[in-house]
Design a protein around this ligand. Sequence first.
Ligand code: PEP
Length: 254
Amino acid sequence: DGTRTYLIGGNWKCNGTIASLEQLVSDFNAAGPIPANAEVVIGAPAIHIPLCLMTLRKDIAIAAQNCSLTGMGAYTGEVAASQLKDMGVTWVILGHSERREGFGMAGEDSELVAKKTKAALAEGLKVMLCIGEKKEEREAGTTMDVCASQLKPVAEILNKEDWANVSIAYEPVWAIGTGLTATPEMAQETHANIRQWMSDNVSPDVASAIRIQYGGSMNGGNAAGLMAQPDIDGGLIGGSSLKMDFFECIKGVP
Ligand code: PEP
């Protein structure tokens, strides 16, 4: 809306090899400037974070796609928020719908996501907090109930000041990776409801300052229309962030 800096996140998910990501990084590095009113972050696979930190242009920050609830210690296979911070990572994506779903393993519930958010913030990471309804929940008219139930445990555990380092990524699950994008009007309606919920349940100041990104099949063709809406402050972009189309999305920043 002109007062909030746009936040464009890429989510590479579990994609890429050294060769493919070196190519993508070199293409990104040769792409045009990033507008002054936009902040750009790439969520790289954990294993490729050092490669990105060393080679990606410095005006793109690096996010992890998850972090451990624990600190360092006897937690085989985990990556602690403090280790991400130590490596030079500045952001972490938490509560992505794919992690909530669990892809055949135990998924993450909203209480766990809230605890991880608190732990990541305590280590000095910024958080892209993903929320959003499934297709049947939208059809049942419960979109905002679902979003509120995902936000509530976070609002209960964070202090007001913590929210300065959080961006909410509203990602309707039915739009993720499906090519079905919410229309700008549909997305705007939910973004406005989320901002109202934040005003009522956290504070009006936090609600007006927080960025709410849209995610779900955003691409260079629809990004500008979505971000033209008053409560859409950027995007979280999966498929298109693995291509130069990511920079077309960035060009869509008003
Ligand atoms: C995502 O994974 O956060 C996402 C929005 O994916 P896609 O852009 O591919 O729908």
